[in-house]
Design a protein around this ligand. Sequence first.
Ligand SMILES: NCCC(=O)N[C@@H](Cc1c[nH]cn1)C(=O)O
Length: 622
Amino acid sequence: MTAECCGYPISIFFIVVNEFCERFSYYGMRAVLVLYFRYFLLWDDDLATSIYHAFVALCYLTPILGAIIADSWLGKFKTIIYLSIVYAIGQVTMAISTIHDITDANRDGTPDNFTFHIALSMLGLILIALGTGGIKPCVAAFGGDQFQEHQSRQLNTFFSVFYLCINAGSLLSTLITPVLRAQECGIHTQQQCYPLAFGVPAVLMVISLVVFIAGSGMYVKTDPEGNIMWSVCKCIGFAIKNRFRHRSSSYPKREHWMDWANEKYDKLLIAQIKMVLKVLFLYIPLPMFWTLFDQKGSRWTLQATTMSGDFVSILISTVNPILILTLVPIMDRLIFPLIQKCGLNFSPLKRMTVGMLFAAMAFVSAALVQIEIDKTLPNFPSSSESQLKVVNTYSTTLNVTISPNEHLLIESFGVQLHTSKHTYSTISCMFVNDFSLIHGEQWCEFSRKFGFGASYTFLIPSTVFSDDCESITEVEDMKPNSVHMALQIPQYFLITTGEVMFSVTGLQFSYSQAPKNMKSVLQAGWLCTNAVGNIIVLIVAELGKLPKQWAEYLLFASLLVAVSIIFSIMAYFYTYIDPAEIEAQVRKEQGLEPEEMEKETLEMEEKDEDQKNEQGVKQTKI
Ligand SMILES: NCCC(=O)N[C@@H](Cc1c[nH]cn1)C(=O)O
């Protein structure tokens, strides 16, 4: 028996703290990454966004690599340690690449050698993607490994707590790192402090590694079982080849196409592959959820920029993790048990389907908000129109006529102005509170707030006739954003409810349905659905340029509804399994196994004894 506290193995404490620090490090770095590209490397918006998405996609593809390393070579424990070291080196490299003083020989505040900074930061990002993606499937599965057969209830709670820690980490870091960036630092010139904003995540990653190592003596470590991935591929390849060779109808059919590997491969391996394939097949529709989910960071954030509410934008980015922190316990303690009390079986796959429907509703809500926003947006001339603005400075109404087949928007202002010379200039500015004009001898100050998204024209009369500030006329060309950001809260609420049902459940499901030696492989497969979802966003953003944003939101919502229907049908035909039970059954069928099973259990007991002894030794040392 391993050390326990309240029915939980003590070792998971270290794993949960490790995950908190790692996610702080990851999300903290991500929060300032685009800003670093945009304002330090001076890339344009498009390049910054593409590289950012490419990086995120890479972070969700590397789990496959991590799972292969763990399951077939190093085991989860060593994989986590080695890849965490790579990860920490990556974070430090990234932090160093943001020190402008390194190449600022002429001390003008901008780096002189951009190639150096770009090369260093790209190296850092590749190491980070390798590290974060590589350890991700291992940490969740390793945490699960700490539990014993009889602790399945605690296992589910563990995955919920695990998700809470992820969000606590991401919440704190997305609040803190932008503040760190806003500090000023530097040797030759004072600059926005990117080294601090990237340095703190680097430190947290080192702490995460130290915490993980500190728990070393307490973990249940399962050994890797040889090159699993390779034998799986060979076995599937053989089954397909063998099936093809015996395609004539004279050969008897077999129950499952994988049974065609029977001639050459172990029954147990075939049974395990069948379990994994069943789950992987079920994963096919899942990327669509992530396609919608990840647009939180792009489309919804852009939507927020066309809305009003000055400082709400900072809060909006923290709405999701805060909601997770409140919703996960509510769902776990209240909603799910209540549904169960009502006699309904709210199985994991049903939860995931409902989660998808919530995400679709979130996009319907986003579409409604968008329609509200569109009503307040100015009319821009389309490609077949031109817009004329006629400013009437004469004291009476003027008639403007135009050839009858032309469409014209006339904005006529009954303002008396004397325009001797036309000097026209447009200034774009952020956070304008004071605006002053020197008007003749006069100093005219407009001390007021100019709304975001608004456009104003100031008509200044010639000083020959008048030099008082009152004669300056202000015209509002475009109204300020007037739809408040608070209207986005329903869509955040809906998508987060969806996330709790879909993502937390999917995490648990992927662990519980995998055979012991393929747990990290399935975790990696689960994370892969996220990568594919992101790639779909990129493709749709490129191809499907719908003229109206609200229509695009509705398109995504209906796509997800369609996909969730397909998923629910697939789920209907899925039977939940207990991988351990199936494995034991296959062993029994094979007949030769009882001995081996005994041997294994003996070995396990021995291991437990060893661990007990180790702990005993430690305790006496203390
Ligand atoms: N609530 C948002 C932060 C969060 O929970 N992330 C989790 C799960 C996840 C993966 N892709 C999107 N979400 C994580 O990083 O593992």
